[in-house]
Design a binder for this molecule. Structure first.
Ligand SMILES: Cc1cc2nc3c(=O)[nH]c(=O)nc-3n(C[C@H](O)[C@H](O)[C@H](O)COP(=O)(O)OP(=O)(O)OC[C@H]3O[C@@H](n4cnc5c(N)ncnc54)[C@H](O)[C@@H]3O)c2cc1C
Length: 296
């Protein structure tokens, strides 16, 4: 957890918990309002700005159950369960994840500066939903699932549903991110960064695919983040590109359609035009590097 000066804390109690169950019991108490404290970056800012709206903080930074990385079986499928209490730098240093999900690890390493990587926890990031480099697109192409617990039990929420439909500070404890155990051998990341703001992108693209022993690619997946337009997984385009790859066709007409779709979605303001051009160029370059020139 972030150390340092605490502001305006006279009326705020901080309870340190040691287990998930203890956390859930405290969250279930309805006579007081509580917030979870994990890496503390966002909570510290809220305290400093005087807009922390709760009676007490539940400090989950000492809950070891939220800090493990392990394979688990859920409904007959294997997932890698990554505890929500882990910082980004812990995740990036884990040797099993480095070998199983090298693309994700490289995205994490470049998603922010070392101080933030040490401080931000997965639970905090998923709650605040502030885009941090290409982390969310990477989780989208890996089809990550968010594991949340509250007194009603456990919920498993696919990452895109989490990012687009779940309210920012909905009640419950995020316990882990689940990554389906799958082979993603091709992996490509393209991004245009803002100057002087570590981790902030104007636009970023993550592509991944499966390669067989003859280097033939299939199951290409594509997700992007564009600052004010958010995170998208482009499944309709993926399907067309996968068909084009299988038939050895060009993907350029697909990208032209994509450009038209973006124009309809984002409008034609100058900002939207610029971001559309950047995103289309990043995807086209990514596809060229990943699957060839795309020329007929
Ligand atoms: C360039 C850049 C700039 C940023 N600037 C800001 C900024 O100005 N302000 C800002 O707030 N963020 C900012 N962020 C976002 C930053 O990603 C988050 O503040 C940070 O990840 C919070 O993580 P934390 O572990 O420190 O969370 P904490 O501060 O501990 O918690 C953040 C929120 O998440 C909740 N939470 C934490 N863990 C869990 C869990 N396991 N289950 C359920 N809820 C949980 C807390 O209750 C709290 O509401 C920025 C990110 C980048 C890359």
């Amino acid at each position: 957890m972030v150390e340092g000066v605490w502001f305006n804390m006279s009326n705020l109690s901080v309870l340190r918990v040691k287990s998930v169950q203890e956390t859930l019991n405290l969250l279930a108490e309805t006579d007081v309002t509580s917030k979870l404290l994990s890496g503390g970056v966002s909570i510290t800012l809220q305290i400093r700005n005087g807009n922390l709206t709760c009676d007490r903080l539940i400090d989950i930074s000492g809950v070891e159950e939220l800090k493990s990385i392990q394979p688990v079986q859920i409904n007959g499928k294997t997932f890698y369960q990554i505890g929500a209490g882990l910082s980004l730098s812990h995740v990036a240093k884990n040797s099993e994840l480095k070998s199983k999900f090298p693309g994700l690890v490289s995205v994490i390493k470049t998603s922010s500066d070392p101080a933030r990587l040490n401080a931000f926890t997965l639970g905090g990031l998923l709650t605040v939903k502030r885009n941090t480099g290409n982390l969310f697109p990477a989780l989208a192409v890996l089809e990550a699932v968010i594991q949340v617990q509250n007194t009603d039990g456990e919920k498993l929420i696919p990452i895109m549903e989490w990012l687009t439909q779940v309210k920012k500070e909905s009640s419950g404890l995020i316990t882990a991110i689940l990554l389906p155990d799958q082979s993603q051998t091709g992996w490509l990341v393209k991004e245009v960064k803002r100057r002087q703001m570590p981790g902030e992108l104007i636009a970023g693209v993550v592509l991944c695919s499966v390669k067989d022993q003859n280097d033939v690619q299939s199951d290409l997946r594509l997700a992007s983040v564009v600052d004010q337009f958010g995170v998208q997984r482009w499944t309709a385009i993926e399907e067309k590109i996968n068909q084009a790859v299988a038939a050895n066709d060009s993907f350029h007409s697909i990208m032209n359609d994509f450009d038209v779709q973006l124009q309809l979605r984002w409008g034609d303001g100058l900002d939207a035009q610029y971001r559309r051009q950047v995103l289309t160029a990043l995807i086209t370059r990514g596809l060229q590097e990943m699957i060839g020139s795309g020329e007929e």
